[in-house]
Design a binder for this molecule. Sequence first.
Ligand SMILES: [Zn+2]
Length: 325
Amino acid sequence: MILYHSDLSPNWGEYGILIPLRDDRSKRVFEHLRSLGKANLLELNKSDLEIVTQEDLLRVHSKEFIDHLYGQKLESEILDCFELVDGKGNYNRYNPALAKRNWSEFFDSILHHVSASKYAMEKSLEKGFTFFLGGGMHHARTNKGSGFCLVNDIVVGIRALQDSNKIKRAWVIDTDAHKGDGTSEITHKDPSIKTLSIHMKKGWPLDHPDLQHPSKIPSDVDIEMDCEEESFYNERLRQGLNKLWDHNPDKPDFVVVNAGVDPYELDELPSTQFLRLSKEQMLERDLMVYNFFKERGIAQCWLMSGGYGKFSWEVYSQFLEQILE
Ligand SMILES: [Zn+2]
């Protein structure tokens, strides 16, 4: 089942944020699949969603951080997370005079998005597979938002399913070009959630000079791809999946695939230039991960995560076209 919501993310311009990122990939994928007459496409409305609560967030994030988000420090947490202030304390890509809406509306919009991810995870237990055309905020850490991810929707959804006894153990397979550093930091002492991340060896978030920085906390399996190693990517990912499977006698009940398409060679975000998979390699990747869990009878929920520029929607579409009836 494919889940789409037309009004997920805040419209940045309305908050004075000056980042020229036109993100219509969800809409394009959904409309494309609909034009092909695919079954199991679901358009979500606001009324379908139960909005995540502070209790949901506190299973994942520290009390201090959540108090900031619901209190006086919301603005500074957002400015940090979305990199709207530079090292000298000046506004960066942000002009408050242009804002038509306030930060608490911005936060509501993010909570709404996180709630849709959570909904998609619940549905995947019923359906066996869901692909939510959104979500994947894998850089948000216990105490802090980071890299445009304020709250970690992946772990919020998993821990809600655990809390309601729907699952015991979950895996997170993160194929975004950037390391799933927030997810690994939050879960590294939690034996019920195992993580695999395949990502660029060079560049953000791993270029932090402090070796003790939380972004360096390892996943259960980390696969680092150096420049010009693209031809080994899928084989290494396959080995990583096998390693996680073989080394863990307790198998997962559920897997979240954080399926960023920013490793694609036509991705337009400059920081993803160190990993450049072809469209064919991207399809091979997605089918391999999908079939790995399908063959083992494990429910899977896929999230969109990163993917920038006018071609990213084609990578999601080619995969979904293949697996949907
Ligand atoms: Zn990314």
